[in-house]
Design a protein around this ligand. Structure first.
Ligand code: MG
Length: 599
């Protein structure tokens, strides 16, 4: 579909907005009258800039309060409409949006409104322009799409068409069925917006809380599907306003908007069939499964991580065919140490997420940038995608297939005894507060991860927020952490690798014997555990002896331990899940943070 966005949806001044919209790959734009009025550029110059940027001007909006007007004042309305049509014409906009009268003195007389809309249609037609008439959810008399359609029918002029705005419809409780029987060629424009469900005044709701499709809770796809099924073939255009976008970088917002349309077209692809479905461009789907393959640690001197990995019981399992990269392994857990990348740092990981080519194509459709890298001859194609916070995520095929990451390594013959860790349980990734939403969007839109929890902790300095995500199918779990102050605020990248073991007591005993230091929870913590869980005394002794943290819920138990933080606060967690325990031991977070601070 032809993808557009209204300039009102972005912060900044008009010139910046247009550049941001073009950079995100939109086809067209709605020019918001206030943006134009505040601009020193004449409409012809704005039209020229749009053309240079490859944007069509799809709509000029809005013209307000043109019907239901006291007849004595209607000549003044026609004067205003004529002037605005001249502007629209200079912009090269074929359609202008007129919204229903929201003034307190609007006249409730369908015949009068029809007559006035007809006159506006006559005037517009003389400019070769079509009017799309929109029911504002807070219109004085026309506040629902059905009423706007009745007015369009009664106006009976080819230049008067219906505008569909998903927010105005859904906010009043209408859905796609409200459009039944309306021919698609009488729908002059389609604007899309979502919103979280809030019980508040609809005008305030609209002005402050609209968001892009998929970010709210309204059934935007249902309305859009109905409009397409009716035969509408015009632009799909985003029109949102919110307190969030008013403060955001317009380039970030524009990309976010484009991603929301890719996401919306995903949903439409599921709902539509036949020739209508061909109208939409569906990006390749999210991967069939998303499993962790490896974590990559950068260590140019090769002296920071190998000691830790050996201490944890990892052994060298292979070496890269062409690059100074070493593959370390402990049972099902894999870590690669890259001596060619700047560091020490932990800012990359690999996933098994088939089909690989589709993921790369989906990433491109969603405007997530590819990692710039060289690929040696005969090496696996591991597309890398850069997250907003700068993580590099590499995508591998399944073990044994072409483009399996293992094939880039020559396996070591001398294999140390396998300690049998189960694998990587989850990763903690530190992001800055202003990157959190975009980083969430990266994992949600590209891999289909879904949020499982949102938690907040007081740390010794400041506040720590954690948003955990996990794969619908597959074992990938990522916890995004935002530290609002203190040393944590300077962290970035992977700050914690958590490995699952079948026997954490045995794992901790071995790790300690090899000289790795673990965090030591205080006695008060164990007294509190006993108070909360009335633990078996033997278990309590065991936990205390091995410095293990503990949590329990209705489904099972978690026993876990942490290494003392190293460079940049980087830590390793070793855990054992018992029964169906699925959480992260978050009740212990403040104890862990305080112990880390003391260490
Ligand atoms: Mg609208």
């Amino acid at each position: 579909m032809h993808r557009g966005i209204a300039t009102v949806s972005l912060s900044g001044i008009l010139e910046e907005k247009l550049e941001a919209i073009a950079a995100a790959g939109f086809d067209g734009v709605e020019i918001f009258d206030n943006d134009l009025v505040a601009s020193p550029l004449p409409p012809q110059e704005i039209a020229r800039r749009c053309a240079d940027l490859g944007l069509t001007v799809d709509l000029f909006q809005p013209i307000r309060d043109v019907e239901g007007v006291d007849p004595a004042r209607f000549p003044a309305v026609l004067h205003r409409v004529r002037r605005k049509l001249e502007v629209a014409s200079a912009l090269g906009a074929g359609t202008v949006l007129a919204c229903s009268n929201a003034l307190p003195d609007a006249v409730d007389d369908p015949d009068l409104s029809a007559e006035q809309l007809h006159a506006v249609g006559e005037l517009a037609a003389s400019f070769g322009i079509t009017v799309a008439y929109e029911a504002l959810a807070w219109g004085r008399h026309v506040d629902r799409v059905g009423r706007a359609w009745a007015a369009v029918l009664r106006a009976d002029h080819p230049a008067i068409t219906l505008a569909v705005d998903t927010f105005h419809m859904l906010a009043r409780g209408d859905d796609g069925s409200a459009l039944a029987g309306i021919p698609g060629d009488r729908i002059g424009f389609l604007q899309v917006a979502d919103a979280p469900l809030l019980d508040m005044n609809v005008l305030e709701w609209s002005r402050h809380f609209r968001c892009f499709p998929g970010q709210g809770t309204l059934d935007v796809a249902g309305v859009v599907a109905a409009v397409l099924e009716a035969g509408y073939r015009g632009p799909l255009s985003l029109e949102i306003f919110s307190d969030v976008v008013r403060e955001a970088d317009p380039f970030v917002t524009a990309r976010d908007g484009m991603r929301s349309l890719v996401f919306l077209e995903d949903q439409l692809g599921e709902r539509l069939s036949g020739p209508v479905r061909e109208q939409i461009s569906v990006a390749p789907p999210v991967p069939r499964r998303t499993d962790v393959a490896f974590v990559e640690l950068s260590d140019p001197t090769g002296s920071v991580y190998p000691g830790l990995l050996s201490g944890l019981g990892f052994h060298v399992a292979g070496r890269h065919r062409t690059k100074p990269v070493v593959w370390w392994r402990n049972g099902g857990a894999h870590v690669v140490v890259n001596e060619a990348a700047p560091g020490p740092a932990a800012t990359a990981f690999g996933l098994v997420a088939p089909p690989v080519a589709d993921v790369a194509e989906r990433a491109a459709a969603l405007l997530w940038p590819a990692v710039d890298k060289t690929r040696g001859e005969g090496e696996a194609d591991l597309p890398g995608i850069t997250s907003p916070s700068g993580l590099h995520v590499f995508v591998s095929a399944e073990p044994g297939e072409t483009d399996d990451w293992h094939t880039d390594f020559v396996a070591d013959d001398e294999r140390a005894p396998d300690n049998g860790w189960l694998g990587l349980d989850h990763l903690d990734v530190a992001v800055s507060a202003d990157q959190l939403n975009e980083e969430l969007s990266f994992f949600r839109t590209l891999f289909g991860l879904h949020p499982v929890s949102s938690e907040e902790y007081i740390q010794p300095e400041g506040r720590l927020r954690i948003r955990a995500l996990r794969a619908e199918k597959g074992d990938l779990r990522v916890a995004l952490t935002v530290s609002d102050s203190g040393a944590g605020a300077q962290q970035h990248g992977i700050t914690q690798m958590a490995f699952a073991t079948p026997d954490v007591v045995d794992a901790v005993r071995r790790i300690r014997s090899r000289g790795v230091e673990l965090l030591s929870p205080p006695d008060n913590y164990y007294a509190d555990l006993d108070a909360r869980f009335a633990l078996d005394p033997d278990l309590l002794v065991l936990l205390r002896k091995h410095d293990l943290l503990y949590d329990r819920n209705a489904t099972g138990e978690l026993l876990h331990a942490y290494t003392v933080p190293g460079e940049g606060g980087f830590q390793v967690e070793i855990l054992e899940r018992r029964g169906g325990y699925d959480g992260y031991g978050s009740a212990n977070t403040h104890v862990r943070l305080a112990a880390a601070r003391r260490s």
